[in-house]
Design a protein around this ligand. Structure first.
Ligand code: GAF
Length: 391
């Protein structure tokens, strides 16, 4: 599903009136299981996908950085390469993702002292919960690493992406998205332990099953504040548990200990939040075992249970996501389905037999239109490698 290189080079030429030099691609991500666990030092199982962000780069002779988004189609955003402040103008906010990466790489001492022009085009639907933000951050990381020969490690790039998200954009997110995009590997899921940043690849290449993305096409303007609230609730619950337990994160809890000490939390909502984190880590461990023996039906049941937990204990689903998932659950050949990412809007995934994909799209599409009143979108997913230069 890679874009035609010529169309990208033409786009660059049209905007900057000179030829582009190098073409880059950075994927988006889905997550098989392990949701809202990363900022609790837990486990997750994301994969990089073939939808993502493209960049065309050409150097400049001065110190001016020029960024253009083909998706936004606004003005060229430009600033001196030394500028380290977030952009405040609303229409240029998108440029904070690449600008944050540049600013933090320079802040860490990496030598980026020349200007350049970067043309950016993404085919991840904006707000689809497929991490267009991590995709653009890791695109910028790859472009700068490559063009300026920076001796920066991939893990450091993922960390700087998270820092951009946290400090430049105000989302208190964990590191899963940037890590998944950066470490992506063809036909492999990345089992990530956010506490240690250790990871293992797990094969996700079953001959009979495939993954389908079901997008709600709904934007959720309050998603960031609701996300930050979940982070805060997790921290509050942790502090309450630490009165008696020597734990450093909610992910240090097993289910038995959680049940024995939930009285310390003494708040029904916070108890449900913790229960999600504890059981989701457990499900992710079980999913790893299921994948090891290629048991897609077991993996599917764990994916379903993850959705229920996200909907009822973590309360980050929505009518739109539930409609997609609940409809998929009724259909033949669907091993599992659940919402992915931060929640409220965005997308869900279905693990479905290859010969039932068209039926899934048709049935879920119809039910969604009837119930929600507008169309959902469906994307077939390939699991791909992380950011790379294409020419
Ligand atoms: C968003 C965040 F950016 C991730 O860090 C992660 O917390 C995810 O929501 C939920 O699992 O994508």
């Amino acid at each position: 599903m890679l874009m035609e290189k010529q169309a990208l080079l033409d786009g660059f030429q049209k905007v900057f009136h000179r030829p582009g030099k190098d073409i880059f691609f950075s994927p988006g991500r889905i997550n098989l299981i392990g949701e809202h666990t990363d900022y609790n030092d837990g486990l997750s199982m994301p994969c990089a996908i073939s939808l993502g962000t493209y960049g065309v780069f050409a150097p400049r002779d001065d110190d001016k950085v020029e960024l253009y988004s083909e998706n936004i189609k606004g003005e060229i955003v430009s600033f001196p390469v030394t500028d380290r402040y977030p952009i405040v103008k609303d229409s240029e906010q998108w440029a904070n993702y690449p600008k944050g990466m540049l600013a933090y790489l320079r802040h860490e001492g990496y030598l980026i002292d020349k200007g350049f022009s970067l043309y950016i085009y993404g085919n991840l639907p904006y707000g689809s919960g497929l991490s267009s933000s991590a995709s653009i951050e890791m695109l910028m990381g790859e472009v700068l690493k490559d063009e300026f020969n920076l001796p920066v490690s991939n893990i450091e790039l993922a960390k700087l992406g998270q820092r951009t998200e946290n400090d430049f954009l105000g989302l208190r997110s964990g590191i899963m998205d940037q890590f998944a995009v950066r470490m992506g590997k063809k036909d492999q899921a990345v089992l990530l332990n956010s506490a240690t940043l250790s990871y293992q690849y797990k094969s996700m290449d079953d001959p009979n099953y495939t993954l389908v993305i079901m997008s709600t096409n709904k934007k959720h303007s309050l998603a960031n504040s609701a996300y930050n609230e979940r982070v805060k609730q997790s921290q509050e619950a942790l502090h309450l548990l630490q009165q008696k337990l020597g734990i450093t994160s909610l992910s240090d809890l097993d289910f038995k200990t959680f049940e024995a000490y939930d009285y310390l939390i003494n708040d029904a909502v916070l108890i449900r939040r913790v229960r999600h984190v504890v059981t989701e880590n457990e499900r992710t461990r079980e999913a790893t075992k299921a994948m090891q023996v290629n048991d897609m039906e077991r993996l599917g049941r764990l994916i379903n249970a993850s959705h229920v937990s996200l909907a009822y204990d973590y309360e980050v689903s929505s009518c739109e996501l539930d409609t997609l998932v609940n409809t998929a659950w009724q259909l033949p050949g669907v091993a599992g389905a659940r919402m992915i990412g931060g929640g409220f809007a965005g997308s869900a995934i279905a693990l479905v037999k290859k010969d039932q994909v068209e039926n899934l799209k048709q049935q879920v599409g119809e039910e969604y239109r009837n119930k929600v009143g507008y169309d959902a979108s469906f994307f077939d997913v390939e699991i791909v490698d992380g950011p790379r230069q294409l020419n």
